[in-house]
Design a protein around this ligand. Sequence first.
Ligand SMILES: *[C@@H]1O[C@H](CO)[C@@H](O)[C@H](O)[C@H]1NC(C)=O
Ligand SMILES: *[C@@H]1O[C@H](CO)[C@@H](O)[C@H](O)[C@H]1NC(C)=O
Length: 951
Amino acid sequence: MEESRPRAMSASPWLFLLLLCVSCATGVFQAGAQPDNKGFITIDCGLSEETGYEHNTTKLWNAPDAAFTDAGTNHIISPEYVVVSMAKIWYSLRSFATGMRNCYTLRSLMPGLKYMIRARFMYGNYDGLDQPPVFDLHIGVNYWQTVNISGPKAPYLVEAIVIVPDDFVQVCLINTGDGTPIISGLDLRPLKRTLYPHATATQGLVLVDRRNFGPTDANAVVRYPHDPHDRLWWPKFDGITWANISTTEKVENREDDPFEVPTAVMQTAIIPQNASQNIEFSLYPEFTPKDPSPGYIAILHFSGLQRLPSNALQEFYVNVNGEQLSSLSFMPYYLFAVATYNSLPSQSGRSSCSITINATAKSTLPPTINAVEAFSVFPTTNVGTVSQDVSAITKIKAKYQVRKNWVGDPCVPNTMTWDGLTCNYGIASRPPKIISVNLSSGGIGGDISASFADLKAVKYLYLSNNNLTGSIPDALSQLTSLTVLDLSANQLSGSIPSGLLKRVQDGSLILRYGDNPNLCTNGNSCQPAKSTRSSTLAIYIAVPVAVILVIVLVVLLCCFLRRKKSGSVSNSVKPQNEMTMSYAMVNDVCADSSLRLESRRFTYKELQMITNNFQRVLGRGGFGYVYDGFLEDRTQVAVKLRSHSSNQGVKEFLAEAQILSRIHHKNLVSMIGYCKDGEYTALVYEYMSEGTLQEHIEGMRNGACLTWTQRLRIALESAQGLEYLHKGCYPALIHRDVKATNILLNAKMEARIADFGLSKAFSNENETHVSTNTLVGTPGYVDPEYQATMQPTAKSDVYSFGVVLLELVTGKPAILQEAVPVNIIQWVRQRLARGNIEGVVDERMRGGYDVNGVWKVADIALKCTAQASVQRPTMTHVVAQLQECVELENGRVGGNTNNGFHSGSSDDDPNLSYDAYTTDRSTSVNQNSTTFEMEHNVIRVPTMSTGPAAR
Ligand SMILES: *[C@@H]1O[C@H](CO)[C@@H](O)[C@H](O)[C@H]1NC(C)=O
Ligand SMILES: *[C@@H]1O[C@H](CO)[C@@H](O)[C@H](O)[C@H]1NC(C)=O
């Protein structure tokens, strides 16, 4: 199996050692860290051998892990836990006693491709403490799973399927305070894009269980090479209630098969012993403390293994937790693999997942099943630091051998930002960017890395008190945002590059370079300077710098104290409009955001200029008017100026500014800056040229009517914005005034939620609501439960959003002005109760919609507007449902009415027209997971219960 060995491994041991040393020394661990010719990476963690070894049955090359991580120590499990037949991978492990986050970096991947990542853990009392750890796993910057190794004997295996956005992926172990994280093995397998359609750019899959029914060898796990993707198919049989059936014929995969179950798995199946009974089994999930009831996906694989006589019929229904997966029956196809599954994760919250397969009344044969897979889903929506910054700072880390906590993503999550870095998570700054690097007194030597010039957003660069030598790269002058460059107290030589001098002269850069004895500053005579001269130089430089600093400080003070005169200082060194918001009115944090975001601060005078003296009014509300304006760079903006007579106080106004400065999402209107200048307060937003959703629903904008596709998209996008408030912010934010006038549309008709003046954060973790004394909101949209209790919850927003959905479906306002004003919810419920969807849908769409899609949206809306908040879905659920509607609609508009991504069933055989679109009902699949691979006689405890069930 030479060809599967990583490249460097097959080189001579000396060369390899050399490479290893080089890589240790530089911190770049590229050598030997390549995928093999199939794109596989197989790592035996903690292996002390230098070259790795070939796995005895798969013939895959297991590489040692030194090339993939630069932390941790090697260990082997305690001898008492070694079982003779145990696969070698379980013997060794790496433990990470220091650092909150430690990562493995898997490189040379294809950005955008789907990968299966599998990790193994066996504690085996390696440390003699008899205390298995509990820790978290992340894939890149997204939480994957909590590993709770329940006992020293239990091998533990986890698997995820994700789309990897970059050409590398990091698997990180996070110390959560419950013991030292360990790992025994790590595998990466590329998957085709078309496989596992449930895994998307924003959602990953976590394996719950994967079973091969009626295996020919009851102890064997089917994997590579039988499964070219090297999935592990654990055997499942039960000689009492089930009979095994099998074939030696090949079971074909269709060309568009999204699962490609290997023929070795599909060749075996089970049927009930007693032909009149059902097939019934359960999967038990591991408890996941972070998300006690995640959404589950169940995928069931079928194939006919016997050619049926013409008068025979094998037809059955599939039930997951008592809910039928589809109203249509299912028929296996002779020697073809076909799957059925729920397309949306089921959220039933049950603690186990029971699957029942029962024959239809017409069926002459008992039901059957060949294989099952179950997954839970996890969001992969966190975005890592911009990749150019990552590669630049990684090179800097390698060059100077920075250790600190420099592992994983540099900026994300913000609780684990690399020491010495500051990142901007702000408006227009997604993905996050590095804005400050402090390596002062860092003990670094050598020349100044050219990679600093690749940190395009950096403002502050502190490299003082080191042993840096060589000349100062002029490329640094190209960093337009660079405001402070501190190179003092180093061994730099040569002269100061002209580009930097120019930046200093024009006042855009503060440069500190004192105490560099060999640096010359007058350009023409560059002999090594004498010490007397250099100290004068230092003073020469230090004094103006100090003076400038004092001026800046004074100016800043003036700016705060004498608000009206602030216009007069706009030419000082530091750009005046960059201020740090520090109102401590809301003390909490949103995901990927920081408390100290830089928002532009405007003076009243500037606003006058921007709005051309408040000439064009865009709209008005309780607070005053919104004006049209243009920034210096011609960016169009909307300026919301609080009028003095406004009933929205300064406090609410600033609360909104504060909230907006820390929430950033593509479906929330973004704030460009704010003004608090004397009695004037204003917020400056991005310009939303298409106005409010309300105007579009009423047909007030050029009389055109929104199409169904547009409505669906607006619904989904605004739902995503709200979901972010509820889930992306911690503690959650409640908007409290969701309505069609607070959903704005930009030129591309993209929807954003606006107006956070009434938004409130949950003040503490255990509180599920906030209490206030005044009822806020807009008639027609207010949650009745909130009205009764005065305690708004996230579900109050869900209620209001349901009303918006109804407006989108009907084209009618929240309160219909009929003879007696009637609430839109009642109006719709009454009509739908009569089964009359056409009587509800906005007739201006002239039938340009799919009735099923409209039903579904109406159904979501009615669930959102349920009287009791517990019956309402969460915004996460609403987003998932709407996503499904959008996909359905895209499929329809694409001219392909009954085909979506559910191609697990046949489209050309009407008998197999198993429509998964109707199957989004709850189908909670539980897991007892995964636990461990029964690899060569390590016996896996069967965890599925089976039992006969009468029909
Ligand atoms: C780990 O699992 C055990 C047993 O299932 C449980 O008692 C314990 O609370 C879990 N630990 C953590 C930190 O979740
Ligand atoms: C940079 O880091 C050094 C050492 O950790 C520290 O003393 C110094 O205050 C930092 N400088 C700035 C500007 O944050």
